[in-house]
Ligand binder design. Structure first.
Ligand code: DAK
Length: 257
């Protein structure tokens, strides 16, 4: 796969998708978002890939949507172009997405992080929803996902002041999973990806789907959904293999079936 603004590398059973517009701190323009969604959807169907890392560089994960690209647009143009529609497709990716974040993760960059399932950050990572400073507000899930992740008052703090928070604060607030020194953030994310890639893929897929269900249903609906997915796994070969390997005290060999 060859793209203008992202680099895709596949290794072992996971892939790394690197956002690559360093001259503008990885600002997310339309072409980049097309490429990102295209790459994610194609990796999502590849049997050689079981987990996907999205990363940037040491200085920036992504400093938001490309401000210059949308600065002159009117509401009607924004509506008609619907250039952001593709963002919704990222949350439909079925394989686990890990954000490996260093430097700025702002606006759409922070929202992209929150679309991922797990987040590993460097000590130098900075998270923020600074849209208020340029006369707008979050538009790719910031008001919803951030509020669910950190609660109302912290979300209000970030969204209404536009202030950035450090990796340490993001960890304490429950926005991210782990903080490591800058030289290790990608390695750490890769080790998480390897670990998840070593699990039975169908169970991983249904588990992700079930956790995400918690965001858009009632507890009762979610429990029902979870239970059906749990029962469904009993028709997978991997469930039989996992449980017999446990009884036989051996390592399971997953078939992804
Ligand atoms: N867009 C375009 N260019 C950007 C950029 C951005 N978001 N962020 C940085 N750059 C460019 C700068 O213009 C500069 O380019 P040159 O001037 O050298 O040509 C270069 O990157 C380096 O930036 P700075 O010189 O500003 O670097 P500093 O270290 O001084 O400052 C900074 C770093 C990150 C604090 C600063 O660049 C900054 O404040 N950037 C803007 C951050 C921001 O406001 N982000 C939010 C953008 S709005 C939606 C989906 C998504 C969105 C909305 C809706 N839907 C699905 C509906 C998202 C909206 C946003 O993200």
């Amino acid at each position: 796969m060859s793209y203008a603004h992202i680099i895709v590398l596949q290794q072992d059973l996971y892939a790394v998708v690197q956002i690559n517009r360093p001259e503008v701190l990885n600002a997310l323009n339309v072409t980049l978002m097309h490429e990102l969604v295209d790459a994610l959807e194609s990796l999502d169907t590849s049997p050689e890939v079981r987990c996907i890392i999205i990363t940037g560089n040491e200085k920036a994960f992504a400093a938001g949507a490309d401000i210059k690209e949308m600065a002159e647009a009117s509401s009607m143009e924004m509506l008609q172009r619907d250039q952001f529609a593709r963002w919704d497709r990222i949350r439909k990716i079925r394989k686990p997405l890990i954000a490996a974040v260093s430097g700025f993760a702002l606006g759409g960059g922070c929202e992209l992080v929150m679309t991922c399932d797990l987040v590993v950050a460097s000590e130098t990572a900075l998270f923020g929803q600074p849209e208020i400073n340029i006369g707008v507000m979050p538009g790719a899930g910031g008001t919803q996902r951030l509020t669910r992740a950190v609660g109302k008052v912290k979300a209000m703090e970030m969204i209404l002041t536009g202030r950035m928070i450090s990796a340490a604060e993001a960890l304490q607030w429950g926005l991210i999973n782990k903080v490591v020194p800058v030289e290790y953030y990608l390695e750490e994310a890769k080790s998480w990806a390897s670990e998840i890639a070593s699990k039975p893929p169908i169970a991983v897929r249904l588990a992700k789907e079930s956790v995400l269900k918690a965001f858009d249903t009632t507890i009762e609906g979610g429990l029902e959904f979870e239970r059906k997915n749990f029962y469904l796994l009993f028709s997978s070969e991997d469930q039989k293999e996992g449980m017999s390997a446990f009884s036989q005290k051996r390592k399971p060999e997953w078939k992804a079936k």
